[in-house]
Design a protein around this ligand. Sequence first.
Ligand SMILES: NC(=O)C1=CN([C@@H]2O[C@H](COP(=O)(O)OP(=O)(O)OC[C@H]3O[C@@H](n4cnc5c(N)ncnc54)[C@H](O)[C@@H]3O)[C@@H](O)[C@H]2O)C=CC1
Ligand SMILES: O=C(O)[C@@H]1CCC=N1
Length: 275
Amino acid sequence: MNEKTIAFIGGGNMARSLIGGLIADRHPAAGLRVAEPDAERREALIADFEVQAFQENATAVRGADVVILAVKPNRVADVVRELAPQIQAQGSLVISVAAGVRCADIDSWLGGDRPVVRAMPNTPALVQTGATALFANAAVSNEQRDLAETILRAVGLIVWLDDERDMNAVTAISGSGPAYFFATMEAMQSAGESLGLDARTAHLLTLETALGAARMALESAEDVDELKRRVTSPGGTTAAAIDELEAGDLAGAYHRALHAAARRAEELGQELGDQ
Ligand SMILES: NC(=O)C1=CN([C@@H]2O[C@H](COP(=O)(O)OP(=O)(O)OC[C@H]3O[C@@H](n4cnc5c(N)ncnc54)[C@H](O)[C@@H]3O)[C@@H](O)[C@H]2O)C=CC1
Ligand SMILES: O=C(O)[C@@H]1CCC=N1
């Protein structure tokens, strides 16, 4: 359990997932503070998680050991500049989850030579099965690295990156990745309904199959190619389905999709670094 006070700037989808995951890991709600301009979202955060929610960023950050930047990438510069004197005075560790926004830019908006950890989590953090990559700039101490790691490990798997440029690939795989799987579930469910199943049955069978496949792939010593082969009897039903997926260039579609996401992360970093 982590007893540090954590202030989230922005109480939207990603912050809610991290907060929910931390609370499920028994982080005290009193140690979680959120700044969120939208009154309805503030009320929902208080009702759902019993955290403290504030309209003003400066109020949420007061006394916080860690400040997690969870606003949209195009808001990060303004938020960081606004909070820089307070963050510096308190010596708070800054963790940014914003896609694309580079450590060096956050550091310069903070005033220079400040500890910044860049993280790319994902929304399954809410159910403590998140996957997060972390990168620390040179000003981050070992103790601060441990602190960032403890917070994100509470909500799932973590990996450290040695090269910040890999963050764009991470964003494409695991940051955006839950949406690809949700899209696949949506498509499978819809196909199941078109075969005559009721929506609930198609939904449950799709989700349980996704969970079973992921758990099996994680727990098996075999690679996914072999696991796929074991389902696919020659001349059988799976082969008929896989032939269609290959004819539709499934692997090519994923290749293009992930490259588009990584390119967009790179572009965001460049566009926003010039602010
Ligand atoms: N949604 C996701 O799956 C993931 C999102 N991220 C990153 O997390 C960040 C937030 O994304 P979401 O939560 O999806 O967006 P969101 O739009 O759901 O949440 C952003 C929140 O920030 C609030 N906000 C706007 N201006 C503000 C300000 N000046 N000060 C304080 N709060 C302000 C908004 O009212 C909103 O509630 C983004 O930078 C995104 O790249 C990273 C990984 C995954
Ligand atoms: O779509 C986005 O830009 C954010 C970053 C990763 C997931 N959602």
